[in-house]
Design a protein around this ligand. Structure first.
Ligand SMILES: [Fe+2]
Length: 200
């Protein structure tokens, strides 16, 4: 069943930043039903805000909004395809969220390789994977934040993922295809951050 959620993303004339709307929307969808996922989401948004400081303001708003929204597809009310990236992206598209944010949510965390394994490749391909610094930063924020929102290394996150899901889970099986791409996104974002690092 589709969500009864009625919120509509702010239009260009509303004056509200998309990231502000995104935070409120993610909280409304996740906080009660999935508190651990909400804690993770808050950690991911915090990480994204750190990267956002070195991006132009429009890009920063897109990144932080995407971070708040990236896992809303786990909510039962949004579950249609059983694939959280796509369920989240489709919900957002239906609620007037800019296509770019929908696409970032659709493709985060190596979704393409997982979608291929579960027969959803063509559905995911309805969204573009922009493959730039904002996309890398979203992947970085997600993959350096643990399930409770704590900061973790990329290696710790991947080990936790394997242990929690087990070897037969498509997300784990897909690491053979997207593991290097995930690592590269983290590395590129760390390089971006290091260029702006303040000397101690
Ligand atoms: Fe996540």
């Amino acid at each position: 069943m589709r969500a009864e959620f009625r919120a509509v993303a702010p239009g260009a004339s509303s004056g509200e930043r998309l990231a502000v709307w995104a935070r409120r929307t993610a909280r409304d969808i996740l906080a009660v039903e999935l508190p651990r996922r909400w804690a993770h989401t808050q950690g991911v948004a915090e990480r994204a805000e750190e990267v956002a400081r070195v991006l132009p303001s429009d890009e920063a708003d897109v990144l932080v909004a995407s971070a708040w929204l990236h896992d809303i597809g786990y909510a039962s009310a949004l579950n249609v395809l059983g694939f959280h990236q796509l369920d989240g992206a489709r919900f957002l598209a239906e609620h007037g969220v800019p296509r770019r944010v929908c696409a970032l949510v659709a493709h985060h965390a190596g979704a393409a390789a997982v979608a291929e394994l579960v027969g959803l490749g063509p559905r995911l391909a309805e969204f573009d994977d922009e493959q730039g610094p904002v996309r890398d930063a979203l992947w970085y924020a997600d993959m350096t934040t643990g399930p409770d929102g704590a900061r973790v290394s990329f290696a710790e996150r991947m080990a936790e993922l394997r242990g929690r899901r087990g070897p037969e889970d498509p997300v784990v099986r897909a690491l053979a295809v997207n593991g290097a791409e995930r690592a590269a996104a983290v590395r590129r974002t760390e390089q971006l951050l290091s260029r702006y690092a303040v000397p101690a």
